[in-house]
Ligand binder design. Structure first.
Ligand SMILES: Nc1nc2c(ncn2[C@@H]2O[C@H](COP(=O)(O)OP(=O)(O)OP(=O)(O)O)[C@@H](O)[C@H]2O)c(=O)[nH]1
Ligand SMILES: [Mg+2]
Length: 240
């Protein structure tokens, strides 16, 4: 019997005009090869570089059933971009990933197979286990990421090796439930999602991924993100 599962892949974009055609091509190539039913939802936040226009061209090439456009007027942040995307998702599973080619779509098949093998509620990519890794980051960035993960492990013991990554697969209803209970915005949101999932006894699988630093476009990680992360971590430590 054919699987009735459908995967809605959410791609939030802000100034990703150089990356979008490549990531879309790779997703479609990989998903078609693995035979799973899917759609790609692009949430562009008024990118000044013309990402939305590129997305419209791609929709013409690949079809409206494969590429769904749900743009917003201006840059409203990553967390709310996911919420916006989920509202329009028709799949029973949601996959979130970055559009900057840091996350390779070839891993999606493994996410899906891992989910199916244990009926996991969540499957998260991990850079810190097995064959996982990070390429192209300088020492400072590696230290920040490792430090954030280590500190969270010590304080909250979530038992998942990569808490700050954003390449994940969720059962749709579980993701909706988790989003409702999360208070943080910005990058720390990914960490809080896993911590809350553990509290609620949701099951989490892990797939080692190689993360490659973006080649095109600009990074948005700044000092304020680090402060936000530390604040949220302490909040969760105090309240959970
Ligand atoms: N819709 C939307 N997408 C965003 C926003 N901020 C970032 N993105 C997208 O979210 C994904 C992750 O953002 P990145 O800037 O790559 O963040 P990062 O991966 O932590 O950092 P770098 O790769 O170093 O830039 C990318 O696809 C961005 O284009 C936003 O406010 N709105
Ligand atoms: Mg990135």
């Amino acid at each position: 019997m054919a699987s009735v599962d459908k995967y809605s892949i959410l791609l939030p974009t802000y100034n990703e005009i150089d990356n979008l055609p490549i990531i879309i091509w790779l997703i479609i190539k990989n998903m078609n090869a693995s035979g799973f039913s899917y759609e790609i939802i692009i949430i562009d936040d008024g990118s000044p570089d013309g990402t939305l226009e590129a997305a419209q061209q791609l929709q013409k090439i690949y079809g409206e059933d494969k590429i769904v456009l749900k743009p917003r007027e201006k840059k409203l942040g990553l967390g709310s971009a996911y919420i916006h995307g989920i509202k329009h998702a028709t799949g029973n599973f949601i996959i979130i990933m970055d559009a900057d080619l840091s996350h390779h779509p070839k891993f999606i098949k493994e996410f899906i197979e891992t989910q199916k093998s244990h009926n996991y509620d969540i499957v998260t990519g991990t850079r810190y286990k097995g064959t996982g890794g990070v390429h192209g980051w300088d020492f400072k960035r590696k230290l920040i990421s490792r430090g954030a993960n280590l500190l969270t492990q010590i304080l909250l013991r979530p038992g998942v090796s990569d808490l700050t990554g954003s390449f994940r697969l969720y059962k749709k209803d579980i993701l909706e439930d988790l989003i409702k209970s999360c208070v943080s915005k910005g990058y720390v949101f990914q960490m809080e999602m896993i911590v809350r999932a553990r509290q609620k006894n949701y099951t989490i699988g892990e797939v080692p991924i190689t993360f490659v630093d973006r080649v095109y476009g600009e990074s948005k990680l700044g000092g304020s993100e680090i402060v936000q992360f530390a604040t949220a971590l302490l909040y969760l430590f105090a309240t959970t």
